[in-house]
Ligand binder design. Structure first.
Ligand SMILES: Nc1ncnc2c1ncn2[C@@H]1O[C@H](COP(=O)(O)OP(=O)(O)OP(=O)(O)O)[C@@H](O)[C@H]1O
Length: 451
């Protein structure tokens, strides 16, 4: 059975823009029609309801953009289900933001990039269609969970993995944001190209440009050689912008420009480079609140979240705890070569009852710690209780610069010695050391112990 091509309406008063968009869309397999006068939009929509609308925001009769917003309102009222993409000039990004608030799906700055415009259209139209019976993508195999809200999020992630749509993943620390970003990448067409993770919370403002865009030798005092930035490394693949909520305002504007224009200049070079990379961002911050408070740019917020995926905290899906616990136990059976490892029913019930503020990471770490220090293969509730440090996996690290590595090592050994009442075998196992390596350190740092 041959399916009808999807229909797209172009609303723009510039005949040259209309002609080139129409050609592009037809080549992309869509049917397209054009309306150049605002007064004709309602009629065109009524005659052939489009699946998607491309709407210019800068009509020459009204440079303020009001005309565009009025048309957007009309389209939202008459075609509530059809996505609208706004076409704007770079200088009028604020206008696009207003449009997004009124329900537009995305905005594209003129001059647009053909490939990314087609990919945005494909994504938005695809989201409105029933789920395809495509085989499940392999990148998702390692993701465990049955909770219905969680599965709904995974389903959207699976669908968008096949597109180049920008994705924003929200969720508390340890809920699996990075795992999900990787799954999207490894089940996309880009799976053969790099997945480049950047922890934006860990990059100082002064290093942002050199880290992201690279630099030429001599661009600044320490630039002793050319250096490739993260955007160049991610070319053809996916860039994962982790902790994007921690990015300072001056860096936000630099990032927005690259995402908008898909080009960047390494420091010390005037030669712009192109990066064809898919952008996935993540944060545990409340970005919309940050936008309201002015600490996160609204235009950047809309640029990165064509698709927003929210991962629930583990305490909201306690039914998944037994599944995850058994999954991790299987991992550690293999890693530590202990095929007999088992969880008692009591242990599963106890794990289920815990709030796990550090989410899945905390659960995983607790299981690993308990496996490491328990001589028995059958793990009981008490074994877990003993090694549980509620919230201890979340934010327990000292500030950068507060301690040297050596000081941290000493503090950790002292803590473990106290925790196990000086029981050397347990302390060594908990720290991942052999007994003799632990003795060497105890002597080196002058920590008291009973031989
Ligand atoms: N659904 C899941 N199934 C199996 N393992 C998971 C799942 N979600 C998370 N994990 C595991 O939990 C740990 C934490 O996950 P991840 O690093 O993706 O979290 P995060 O949300 O990115 O955390 P942060 O915000 O602190 O960077 C990892 O070891 C990961 O393998």
């Amino acid at each position: 059975m041959k399916t009808q091509p999807r229909h797209i309406l172009i609303v723009d008063d510039d005949p040259a823009v209309c002609a080139s968009l129409k050609l592009l869309l037809r080549r992309g397999g869509y049917s397209a029609s054009v309306v150049q006068r605002p007064s004709e939009v309602a009629g065109a929509v009524a005659t052939t309801p489009p699946d998607l609308v491309l709407l210019d925001m800068n009509f020459s009769i009204d440079t303020s953009g009001r005309q565009g917003l009025k048309l957007l309102q009309l389209l939202r009222d008459s075609l509530p289900g059809a996505p609208v993409i706004l076409l704007t000039a770079w200088a009028t990004v604020q206008l696009a933001v207003e449009g997004m608030k009124m329900g537009a799906s995305d905005f594209i700055a003129k001059p647009w990039d053909n490939k990314s415009l087609l990919s945005t259209i494909q994504t938005l139209i695809g989201l409105n269609e029933p789920a395809p019976n495509a085989p499940k993508a392999t990148g998702f195999d390692q993701i465990v969970g049955q909770d219905s809200a969680f599965l709904a999020t995974l389903e959207v992630a699976r669908r968008v993995s096949q597109t180049d749509a920008s994705v924003l993943i929200l969720g508390e620390s340890g809920t699996g944001k990075e795992v999900l970003a990787e799954a999207i990448h490894y089940s996309s067409q880009r799976q053969g190209a790099p997945f480049v993770r950047v922890n934006l919370g860990g990059i100082s403002q002064s290093l942002f440009e050199s880290e992201m865009f690279g630099h030429k030798k001599g661009a600044f005092t320490d630039a002793v050689a050319d250096r490739e930035g993260r955007f160049a490394k991610a070319d053809g693949g996916t860039i994962f912008l982790d902790e994007i909520g921690d990015l300072g305002l001056p860096s936000q504007v630099k990032l927005l420009r690259v995402l908008q224009e898909k080009t960047f200049e390494p420091l010390g070079s005037s030669q712009p480079l192109r990066s064809d990379c898919r952008v996935i961002s993540a944060t545990n911050k409340n970005l919309s609140q940050m936008v309201a408070e002015g600490s996160f740019r609204e235009d950047l917020y809309y640029r990165i979240n064509l698709i927003k995926l929210t991962l629930p905290p583990l305490r909201e899906r306690p039914g998944d705890i037994p599944l995850l616990a058994n999954h991790f136990l299987e991992v550690f059976r293999n890693v530590y070569n202990r095929p007999g490892l088992q969880l008692t029913r009591g242990a599963v019930a106890w794990l289920r009852s815990q709030p796990f503020p550090g989410n899945i990471r905390e659960l995983r770490n607790l299981i690993e710690r308990t496996v490491l220090v328990s001589p028995e293969d059958e793990l009981q509730a008490q074994d877990f209780e003993r090694h549980h440090q509620p919230g201890g996996d979340k934010g327990a690290w000292p500030q950068v610069g507060a301690l040297s590595l050596e000081e941290m090592e000493i503090a950790m050994i002292q803590r473990a010695m106290k925790f196990y009442d000086g029981h050397i075998t347990n302390v060594a196992a908990a720290l991942g050391l052999t007994r003799s390596a632990l003795y060497r350190r105890l002597q080196k740092y002058g920590i008291d112990y009973e031989p």
